[in-house]
Design a protein around this ligand. Structure first.
Ligand SMILES: [Fe+2]
Ligand SMILES: [Fe+2]
Length: 262
């Protein structure tokens, strides 16, 4: 079974859950869905700690069956205790009603800004953990935490990244997202310069502002991050973590990209 440092694109099987981290009592899996056609490939992540399961970025309603089948292959989808959503977009949240109907007691963790909007996805989301603009943390059975770190306006005004202190993995939502022309599943970066080309247009147009980027970089730069895992495209491992933060801090995005000279 591959783990994150030795993973290669050649060995990926899109039909399977992919083990990324494995230490006693703590595993992390890719359980996302690739897609041909119009829809963009989405990464979902399963963190298993002892007997608890945390699903990050559950995905769209079109991906529910694929994600839940992958979860069931390594865990029990109905036993997942928390759905963790970086922000409100449909490619993150539209499957929430299916997950809740499968397990009415499941907790939904999402930036507080979206608390009032979740009823547009489902009638009465009962078990909600809104994350404030100061952030928050979720305790796992083994004593470690999932740290919810605000990253507002990257791209959503209510947006967070999640740092798993047990694995050193930072789940970054749309930050670091890449889009490949052929929509092939790639979790590894083979060519850094080419990869930057696959990230540039998305970050320039979707991310809020250079100031929001600078605040995010300052909040995560000192964390012991082994890898950054975005909701779309490839993972950043080892020295690629710093390269991503440097690249992000050097480009103009959002209002600075569109109106920088105004
Ligand atoms: Fe998004
Ligand atoms: Fe997204």
């Amino acid at each position: 079974m591959p783990i994150i440092t030795t993973l290669t694109n050649a060995e990926l099987c899109i039909e399977d859950a992919i083990l990324l981290h494995d230490t006693p009592g703590h595993q992390v899996y890719w359980v996302g869905c690739g897609e041909s056609g119009e829809a963009i490939s989405c990464n979902s992540w399963l963190v298993v700690d002892q007997d608890a399961g945390f699903l990050l970025e559950p995905g769209g309603c079109d991906h529910y069956r694929g994600v839940s089948d992958k979860v069931d292959s390594v865990f029990l989808s109905s036993a997942i205790s928390h759905l963790i959503c970086s922000h409100q977009d449909p490619d993150v949240c539209a499957s929430l009603p299916s997950w809740v109907s499968n397990n009415p007691g499941i907790q939904i963790v999402i930036p507080h800004l979206w608390q009032r909007f979740l009823p547009h996805y489902m009638a009465h989301p009962e078990h909600l953990i809104p994350i404030s603009d100061r952030g928050g943390k979720l305790l796992m059975p083994d004593g470690g935490h999932l740290h919810c770190i605000p990253a507002p306006f990257l791209h959503s005004p209510g947006n967070m990244v999640v740092f798993d202190e047990a694995s050193g993995l930072l789940f970054s939502g749309d930050i670091g997202a890449s889009v490949f022309g052929d929509n092939t599943l790639r979790l590894c970066i083979d060519d850094w310069d080419a990869h930057c080309g696959c990230m540039l247009g998305f970050h320039q147009r979707y991310m809020g502002s250079n100031k929001a980027v600078a605040a995010f970089i300052a909040s995560v730069r000192e964390l012991p991050i082994r890898a950054i895992l975005p909701q779309h495209g490839a993972i950043f491992r080892g020295e690629e973590v710093g390269k991503l933060l440097d690249w992000l801090g050097a480009i103009d995005v959002g209002v600075d990209f569109m109106f920088g000279d105004a």
